[in-house]
Design a protein around this ligand. Structure first.
Ligand SMILES: Cc1ncc(COP(=O)(O)O)c(C=O)c1O
Length: 215
């Protein structure tokens, strides 16, 4: 069963894997890969574009179970698109710089205490932001509480006018990239692994100040 573990646009995340009665999971984990420990035994395939938590764009990590791979259809699948082509052989020229950077990110992750430590860090970061959103009705969190993402925190204000003001004020403090995806509007704070808690705190302080002035 295919699922996407974290939806960057809606700011939603599976807190744990869906129950599938033994059916292997196939997961697009692009936007929360390496943000927390997962039970990898449950996955037939997990794939993730590097560009969020793993390194520069241009490389995709694929973790695939060998016995699951053997069941994959190959007939009619273009050679370059078949995972079987890429196991054990180097079919095309790999983007070595992106692979090298990914390895450095893994060293950094291990030095910081690995996935458990990263999970704790991410929970703290998202926690202070959601606490601020939930303080009263001034900010509105758009995801259901039990599906809230620790990577992309989405929220709205009472009017588009107020949101514009919020974003302009944020920009002055060099808080950039807070505009929500064009398909949903509102605000989105993307707080991937590399984003420190101090940066989230700057945003939270700004939100508290904005509420005091406009609420
Ligand atoms: C879960 C997920 N899958 C896929 C993509 C798309 O990645 P790309 O821009 O490399 O196609 C994204 C990007 O936001 C994503 O979050």
């Amino acid at each position: 069963m295919h699922f996407t573990s974290n939806n960057t646009i809606f700011g939603t995340q599976f807190r744990k894997e869906p129950e599938t009665a033994g059916v292997p999971l196939v997961c697009d984990a692009s936007s929360d890969f390496l943000s927390r420990p997962i039970d990898i035994k449950r996955y037939g395939v997990l794939y993730a574009g590097a560009q969020k938590n793993a390194g520069p764009a241009g490389v995709t990590i694929v973790i695939i179970r060998k016995d699951f791979l053997r069941t994959a259809k190959t007939e009619g699948v273009p050679t370059i698109l078949s995972y079987a082509t890429h196991t054990g052989t180097m079919f095309n020229t790999p983007p070595v710089f992106a692979v090298y950077m990914f390895n450095l990110v893994l060293d950094w992750l291990i030095a910081r205490g690995g996935l458990d430590a990263m999970d704790k860090h991410n929970q703290e970061k998202a926690g202070i932001l959601y606490d601020e959103i939930d303080r009263d009705g001034f900010y509105h969190g758009t995801a259901q509480n039990d599906s809230r993402s620790l990577m992309n925190v989405t929220f709205t204000l009472a009017s588009e006018e107020l949101e514009k003001e919020f974003l302009a004020g944020a920009k002055e403090l060099r808080l950039s990239g807070l505009k929500g995806h064009r398909s949903v509007g509102g605000m989105r704070a993307s707080i991937y692994n590399a984003c420190p808690k101090e940066s989230v705190q700057v945003l939270v302080d700004y939100m508290a100040d904005f509420r005091k002035r406009k609420g």
